[in-house]
Design a protein around this ligand. Sequence first.
Ligand SMILES: C[S@@+](CC[C@H](N)C(=O)[O-])C[C@H]1O[C@@H](n2cnc3c(N)ncnc32)[C@H](O)[C@@H]1O
Length: 333
Amino acid sequence: MRSSSINKFKRFFKRHAYDHRSKGKLTRDSLAAGRTLFGISDDETWLRLLLRSVNEPIIDGVEMPRFPHGKVQRAFVGYHDETAIREAFVFYQHVKTFMLQLGQSLSTRSAVLDFGSGWGRLTRIFWNDVDEDCLYGVDVDPEVVSLCEMLGVPGQFQTIEARGALPYADATFDLIISYSVFTHLPEVIASDWMRELSRVAKPGAILVFTVQPKRFLSMILEIPEDTSSIWLKGLSRCKSLIPGLLQAFDNGMLCQVPTSGGTSLTDTVSDGSTPATAVSKYRGEDVYADVAIPEAFIKRNWEKYFQLIRYLDDPVRFPQAVVVCQKTGVKTH
Ligand SMILES: C[S@@+](CC[C@H](N)C(=O)[O-])C[C@H]1O[C@@H](n2cnc3c(N)ncnc32)[C@H](O)[C@@H]1O
């Protein structure tokens, strides 16, 4: 973004998106992990602290990462405040369990990349284990990247092109997470990013990402005609394609529901209402859709980049299927 439009955007957020429950002075040591700052040792305490931070931006003199307006949170992740954090926390805890099962664990100096970081829901959670200067986030939406910085979300956030490269050297990261992003990428884009993620992963690094499983396609058939959700409305318009896509899924193909790019942040909050269209200026229909991916597709197409460890579709624990992979090669640190 040019600097004039960044300034305009910042003014816009001061007025609309920034949540004014949360003004405070900066007291956080910008390098330490949250756990170290609070002298705590368990995930439950960290979760309670994060939930407290929804309404209490400074806790024990430490400025917590702030939350965007509820509408902005929901536009990106469907939920806001406590529900949004709890959903992501389940994912975070499972990521750590998967790592342990692979003989690894996070240290304060583990390099972690959140691919498609949105408003920083996950990096703030991983701040429990990892120092701020080792947390990285990238997103195609420059507005939400700016928002992370304005909210004081721990990590280094950068905007990337929807079809581009990552601004990191080869073999940089120990862990890469991507929640609810490959659920939206068309096949060519997803495959390009998988190759790029493999490039920046250290040998032995772990990648955990989510995908839509088959039940997502079946769910589309059940969407009521009068749904008020703009996302569901878009999916519902594609009902006639679903029988064919279900068959394609069973044949191991990536299945794209052509819903186009979702909403942009400014559209969502500018007049306080839900936008009439679902097209984002940063995520056009050539690079963004709704996508379901079967295990067989990952095995056939992406095992040259990462070894598939697990494809876990457990609706009780996760709204989307969770895929655990490991970069082949020996872990060096
Ligand atoms: C459903 S949101 C999830 C945000 C975040 N991962 C979370 O769970 O809180 C999907 C995010 O992926 C981003 N995104 C979409 N296409 C992308 C791409 N090609 N590369 C990186 N990020 C992308 C969107 O801008 C959006 O912030």
